[in-house]
Design a protein around this ligand. Structure first.
Ligand code: ADP
Length: 628
C-alpha cells in the first residue's frame, strides 16, 4: 500500500478521499490554487502545495505543476477525484512517465470511453444494447438521419459532458437551428464540434451501474443507482437501489456493465450509465447503454451506504495491486440510500449559480455529510458551486427520504442563495415519495418546487425581536421598560417594516417573552437572514430615515446611486411627501436600496419607470420649487 498520495482536486471530494486515506494510515498531500489557500481541503491534508492562480486552467488542470508537487512531496500516487483531470488520458500517461501511480483506469480505457460516439460504437460491437440513433463519423446530412431515427431526437456533442452541446429537437423544422447551436457550444466547450443523434427516450430514467475491476482480471458490479432527478440535464438527487428494480433486471444490466468494463480492459472504479424508457416501468428490453464515466462519481456515497463498501478504499487497494476479495454474490443491497447535492444556486432564476461568503453554515449531524467548505468560506465563480452532499440511509426508501428531508430542515445557510428549500420540497413531493420519477420530474413540477414562499409573519416577528434584542443590547436599555414602547428611530412604534423580495411587509412587534425557532443573523451588508426549517429569507430592514439620502437635504432631485433596476415606485407627480418617505426602491447587486425624500416637499416629476434598468446618476424623481 502507498505511504503517501496526492489528491489533484479540491472541495468535498478532496476532503472525502483524505478521510479514507487517513483511516488507512496513508499520508495526504493537497494541491491548491490561490483562491483556495485557506480552504477546507488544504486544512485537512498533511501537506499542501500551491499550484497556481485561481482559474482551473492555471492550477487544477496543470499537469506539470501537479506532477512537480507529487515529486517534491514524495507522493507515490495521485487520486484525481472527479472533474478536472480525472478523465484526462494524457494526464494518466504523464503520471506513468513520471513514475507515479494514477489512481484510476489505464489511459487506453479512458480514451476508449472518452468520446460518446466511439464508446457507443465499441459497445455495439461488444453486443451491448445502445440508445438507438446515429453515431457515425460522417457529419453530413444529419437532418436526414434525424428524420430516419424519428422525432423527438437528442443532439449530443461527441466529446460532451456536463450537459453541454446537448439539444432536444421535437420537429424537423427546428433541427438545423438546434444543430448549429449544439455544434457552436461543443466547439467552444470541447474544441470538437462533432455530434451524435439519439432517439429521445420518452419518460427517461437515468440508471447507472457502479463497476469495479482489479489488475488481475476480476470485474464486479456494485449494484445500480437511479439519478433521474435532474435539472438542466444534471443530477441533483440520487438513490440506490433504483425504485422498481427487479433482481432479474439488476442481474441483466449488471452483466452488461461488467461486459462494458471488460471490453476496454478496465481497472478501478467506473460507472456505466444507462437510459431507460420508464413509460411502462423498468423493463429489460427498454434500457440502453448511454456512456461510461471512467472515474469515481459524485454520487458514490449512496452505493457505499447500501453495500457497506468504502469505494475510495477499494480504489486505493486496487491501484496498489491488491485483488478484489469479494465475489458478485456477496454484493447485496442493504436498505436504501438517498443523496442530495446542496448547491449554491437559485432555483427560481433557473438554477443560476450563486456566489458569496458563507456567513452562516450549519449542516445536519444526523446523516452523512460530505462537505468541502466551512462557515466563513467563499463560494466563487471559479469552481463548482456545490456546498455539500447530504446522504441518508435507512431500511426503506420512505425512511431514507424522510430522514434526509428532516435533516435538511436543520440546515442554516446565509450569505448566498442555495437550493436547500427546493430539495426539501422535492423530497416531500408525493410523486417523488411514490417513486413516480423520470428525468422530466423537476421541469414538470417546477412551479411547485422552485418559487420561494414568502416568509410567515412568525419569521418576520422573530427578525423583529432579533433587531430589538440587538438594539437594546447596544444601548444597554430595555425598550420594554418604556411605557410607550420601543423607539428605533424617531416616533414610537409597535410595528416593524421590512422589504422582502421587493415587497413591503409590516409585522407587529412580538412580546419579549415570545419564543421563535427561526434563527436570525445580521449579514455583512446590513440585511437580515432569517433561517427557518431549512429555508433562508433575506429581509431588508425598512427604516426610511436611515435609507439612502443621495444628495442631502437640499437636493432638488433624486439620482440613482448605482446602476440597478427599479423595483418599486411609491410616488406620483404632484404628490406631497414628508421627509423620509420612500420614493423609489432600486435593486442593485442583489440588494435593495430605498431612496427616500430628503425633506418635506412636493414631487414634480417621477422619471423612474417600474422595471427599468437604469444607469448610475439617472434622475429618478424631481421635486417642485426651489431647493431650500
Ligand atoms: P453529459 O455527459 O453531458 O452529462 P449524458 O449523455 O450523460 O450527457 O446525458 C445527460 C442526461 O441527459 C441523462 O442523464 C438523461 O437525463 C438525458 N439524456 C441523455 N440521453 C438521452 C436520450 N437519448 N433520451 C432522453 N434523455 C436523454
Amino acid at each position: 500500500m502507498f505511504q503517501k498520495i496526492l489528491i489533484a482536486n479540491r472541495g468535498e471530494i478532496a476532503c472525502r478521499i483524505m478521510r479514507t486515506a487517513r483511516v488507512m494510515g496513508i499520508g495526504t498531500v493537497a494541491v491548491y490554487s490561490d483562491a483556495d489557500a485557506d480552504s477546507a481541503h488544504v486544512a485537512a491534508a498533511d501537506d499542501a502545495v500551491r499550484i497556481g492562480p485561481a482559474p482551473a486552467r492555471e492550477s487544477y488542470l496543470r499537469v506539470d505543476a501537479i506532477l512537480a508537487a507529487a515529486k517534491a512531496t514524495g507522493a507515490e500516487a495521485i487520486h484525481p477525484g472527479y472533474g478536472f483531470l480525472s478523465e484526462n488520458a494524457d494526464f494518466a500517461d504523464a503520471c506513468a512517465v513520471a513514475g507515479i501511480v494514477f489512481i484510476g483506469p489505464p489511459a487506453d480505457a479512458i480514451r476508449a470511453m472518452g468520446l460518446k460516439d466511439r464508446a457507443k460504437a465499441l459497445m455495439e460491437k461488444a453486443g451491448v444494447p445502445v440508445v438507438p440513433g446515429y453515431h457515425g463519423a460522417d457529419q453530413t446530412g444529419l437532418k436526414g438521419k434525424a428524420g430516419k431515427i424519428g422525432y423527438p431526437v437528442l443532439i449530443k456533442a461527441a466529446a460532451g459532458g456536463g450537459g453541454k452541446g446537448m439539444r432536444r429537437v421535437d420537429v424537423a423544422e427546428d433541427f438545423e437551428a438546434a444543430l448549429e447551436s449544439a455544434q457552436r457550444e461543443a466547439k467552444s466547450a470541447f474544441g470538437d464540434d462533432r455530434v451524435l443523434i439519439e432517439k429521445y427516450v420518452s419518460q427517461p430514467r437515468h440508471v447507472e451501474v457502479q463497476v469495479f475491476a482489479d489488475q488481475h482480471g476480476h470485474v464486479l458490479h456494485l449494484l445500480e443507482r437511479d439519478c433521474s432527478l435532474q435539472r438542466r440535464h444534471q443530477k441533483v438527487i440520487e438513490e440506490a437501489p433504483a425504485p422498481g428494480m427487479t433482481e432479474a433486471m439488476r442481474a441483466q444490466i449488471g452483466a452488461i456493465a461488467v461486459k462494458a468494463a471488460q471490453a476496454v480492459g478496465y481497472v478501478g472504479a467506473g460507472t456505466v450509465e444507462f437510459i431507460a424508457d420508464a413509460s411502462k416501468g423498468l423493463r429489460p428490453d427498454r434500457i440502453w447503454f448511454m456512456e461510461m464515466n471512467t472515474r469515481l462519481q459524485v454520487e458514490h456515497p449512496v452505493t457505499e451506504a447500501v453495500t457497506g463498501i468504502d469505494l475510495v478504499e477499494w480504489q486505493l487497494r486496487v491501484a496498489s495491486g491488491e485483488a478484489l476479495f469479494k465475489r458478485q454474490n456477496d454484493i447485496r443491497p442493504k436498505g436504501h440510500a438517498v443523496e442530495v447535492r446542496l448547491y449554491a444556486e437559485d432555483p427560481p432564476s433557473g438554477f443560476l449559480p450563486s456566489t458569496g461568503t458563507l456567513e452562516r453554515l450549519v449542516l445536519p449531524d444526523s446523516v452523512r455529510v460530505d462537505a468541502g467548505v466551512r462557515e466563513g468560506d467563499a463560494v466563487t465563480a471559479f469552481y463548482d458551486p456545490m456546498i455539500a452532499k447530504v446522504i441518508a440511509h435507512d431500511a426503506t426508501r420512505a425512511g431514507a427520504i424522510a430522514k434526509l428531508a428532516g435533516a435538511l430542515t436543520k440546515v442554516e445557510i446565509a450569505g448566498l442563495r442555495t437550493n436547500n428549500a427546493f430539495l426539501v420540497r422535492t423530497l416531500r413531493h408525493p410523486d417523488f415519495i411514490s417513486g413516480d420519477i423520470d428525468t422530466g420530474f423537476i421541469p414538470r413540477h417546477i412551479e411547485e418546487l422552485a418559487p420561494q414562499t414568502p416568509p410567515s409573519d412568525d419569521v418576520l416577528a422573530a427578525a423583529a425581536r432579533y433587531v430589538l434584542g440587538k438594539t437594546s443590547a447596544d444601548t444597554d436599555a430595555d425598550p420594554w421598560s418604556n411605557a410607550d414602547s420601543f423607539r428605533l428611530a424617531g416616533p414610537a412604534r409597535q410595528v416593524m417594516d421590512f422589504v422582502v423580495d421587493g415587497k413591503h411587509r409590516r409585522v407587529a412587534i412580538p412580546a419579549p417573552s415570545a419564543k421563535f425557532t427561526t434563527q436570525v443573523l445580521r449579514l455583512a451588508n446590513g440585511d437580515l437572514a432569517a433561517m427557518d426549517k431549512g429555508e433562508t429569507f433575506v429581509l431588508h430592514l425598512h427604516d426610511p430615515l436611515h435609507d439612502v439620502d443621495t444628495e442631502g437635504e437640499g437636493a432638488d432631485r433624486i439620482l440613482a446611486p448605482m446602476p440597478g433596476k427599479i423595483i418599486q415606485v411609491h410616488v406620483q407627480a404632484g404628490q406631497a411627501v414628508r421627509r423620509g418617505d420612500p420614493l423609489v426602491i432600486l435593486e442593485a447587486m442583489k440588494m435593495e436600496h430605498t431612496l427616500s425624500a430628503p425633506r418635506d416637499t412636493t414631487v414634480e416629476t417621477v422619471d423612474a419607470v417600474l422595471g427599468d434598468q437604469i444607469t448610475e446618476g439617472a434622475v429618478l424623481v424631481r421635486f417642485a420649487g426651489e431647493a431650500p
